[in-house]
Structures are given as C-alpha cells and as structure tokens.
Design a protein around this ligand. Structure first.
Ligand code: URA
Length: 319
C-alpha cells in the first residue's frame, strides 16, 4: 500500500530543525534552494522508505532519523551546490543567530535520542505481592545486603550499607549511583547536597520522598566517591533487581549514566538516552542527569525538568 504523503506541517518542522542544526554547527548562511536540490529533497520525502514517511506517527526517534537523513541529503545537495553559492553571494540567506543563552542550552532531546531501549522485557519475575509481604521481603533483602561481603574493597571500607527506602508500592522509583559520605554515615540514600536537590525534583513532580522509592545501583560507598567498578555493579545486581521485582513501579528514573548503563545494559550517554521512555520489565524508564551533575552545571537543570515532564505527561500527572 502506498503511504500517505508527509504533511506540510511535518515538513516545515523538519526544515526548521535542520536550520537549527546548522545554527548550532556554526553555519549561519544557507544557499537559496535551486530546482535540482528541491527536486532531490522532494523525491526523498516521497519515497516509500523515507524514515519520515514510515514515522508518520512522529515518534521522537523517527524524527531523529528523519532529521539525520534530511541533513545528509541537504549536506550532499549543499556540497553539489557549493560552487554556486560561493560564486553568487546574493543567494545566501542569513539565518538569525540565537542569543547566547539559547546556544548554551542542551540540544533539544528529540534531535539526539535513540530508539527506546528494552531490557528484560516481559513481566517482573515472581508474584505481585501485597504491601505487607513487600515490606517483609524488602526487610529480608536489606538484611542480606547488610551482611554482604562480595566486594572486599567496598565492604572493607563502608560504615554501613545503604539499601534504599520509600513506599512499598511506589509509582516512581529514583535509581541513583552509589552512596556518598553522608549516605554511608546515615545508611539512607541521597542525604547530602545532591539528595537535597533530588528532594526538590521529587517535590516538583508533586510527590514527597515518602511517596516514591529511592535506591542505588551499588549499596556501599566506593572510596573517594569514585564510580563503582563493573564487578562491583555485577555483585550488587541481584539486589537491585530483586528490589525492582518487589516494587514493580510504573516508572524508574535513572539518575545519571551509571544507573542507566546498568539498568538498560547500554553504553549510550545520558544525552542520547534522555528524552524518551525506555522499558525494564513492565516499568517505563526515564533517563536524566544525576543531581550531583546538576549542582555542577545548573544550566542543565532545565533539561532535567523537561525529562521529568515526559514522565509526568505520560503518567497524566498535572503539575
Ligand atoms: N549519589 C547517589 O547516586 N546516591 C546517593 O545515595 C547519594 C549520592
């Protein structure tokens, strides 16, 4: 069956995205279109295999691919027109230069995201327990964590393990990296400055810390706050997996690269993973920046808030 032609609004938005991309790349002039390049782009837009046509439902990743292909087409058409545009400068269209603040803002996520990552698809293993049973199971697991000595370095220098805390039937779970000094002292997750910012993020979503559940990828503090090593992550894997299987949240928010890489088993950057919902068993997974990173880069807070709004919209939570 022949697909419907792409609509004008979508083409306009693709072209605008392309122009914005050129601006970000430092290209502030574009050659006037000539008949040949217009025909080439038109042909591309109308081919059956165009990602834009296939992605007429306009998911983020389809837009990303469409923009990339459009960019490739425009690049080759620019290359072939290079001589024309150099010899006739009257054909150059100046593009408005965005103000410095918008140039510093992170690239709109829809331009950089990847296909949704799905790990461990299918339902969580085991039964969906009633609340009381969930609490009993979590307490038992916390006791196993407290006695764990699988990582000789981490268990040798910890004050206490940090299992995680919160509602036993949460809609949202926040998944961090590893305890820091404050957490290691208190045995509770996200208690330091990053924790204070996380609390604000949770409250901005109209939840309290008690409504959600907070846990880390690794339950012991790595020395000098270094990232947990791969074998340390592996050693802790069954603990957080069991926690998720008990909690079965609608949403898991991965805070930073370590938890995102661990849960989604990918090495893609946060910048590439954010901006869409991934999947872990029956939970939807949102990836955003770690609050500690947001404290160092306050400009990025806006992007993190945009990420959280993706979840809020999906969950139909009014803010
Ligand atoms: N950073 C984390 O990732 N987890 C904590 O518990 C505290 C800081």
């Amino acid at each position: 069956m022949e697909p419907d032609p792409p609509d004008a609004a979508m083409i306009r938005s693709q072209v605008t995205a392309l122009a914005e991309h050129f601006q970000r790349s430092g290209i502030h002039t574009l050659p006037q279109p000539n008949e040949q390049s217009v025909a080439k782009i038109k042909n591309w837009l109308e081919t059956t295999h165009s990602p834009l046509v296939e992605g007429i439902a306009a998911t983020d990743d389809h837009q990303h691919h469409a923009q990339k292909s459009q960019l490739d087409t425009a690049r080759s058409s620019n290359a072939s027109n290079h001589k024309d545009s150099r010899t006739d400068s009257s054909k150059l269209n100046p593009l408005p230069v965005p103000p410095p603040s918008s140039r510093q803002a992170p690239t709109p996520s829809r331009l950089r995201t990847v296909d949704a990552v799905q790990t461990d698809t299918g339902p969580y293993p085991g039964p969906d327990l009633p609340d009381e049973q969930r609490k009993i199971q979590l307490d038992g697991l916390a006791a196993s964590v407290a006695g764990c000595t699988k990582c000789s370095v981490l268990s040798g220098c910890r004050n206490t393990t940090v299992f995680g805390e919160g509602h036993v039937r949460p809609r949202v779970v926040f998944f961090g990296e590893a305890p820091g000094a404050e957490e290691d002292r208190l045995g509770r997750p996200f208690m330091g400055k990053a924790g204070q910012l996380l609390t604000k993020m949770i409250e901005a979503c109209k939840f309290s810390r008690e409504d959600v559940y907070i846990l880390n990828t690794v339950k012991c503090r790595p020395p000098n706050n270094r990232n947990p090593e791969l074998d340390e992550r592996q050693n802790c894997r069954s603990f957080y997996q069991s926690q998720f299987s008990i909690l079965r949240p609608d949403y898991i928010v991965c805070l930073g690269a370590v938890s995102a890489h661990e849960l989604l088993q990918t090495k893609l950057s946060v910048g590439r993973l954010r901006g869409k919902l991934h999947k872990f068993h029956q939970s939807k997974v949102l990836v955003t920046y770690h609050p500690a990173y947001l404290l160092r880069e306050p400009n990025v807070k806006k992007a993190a808030w945009q990420d959280l709004q993706i979840m809020l919209r999906d969950a139909k939570i009014q803010i």
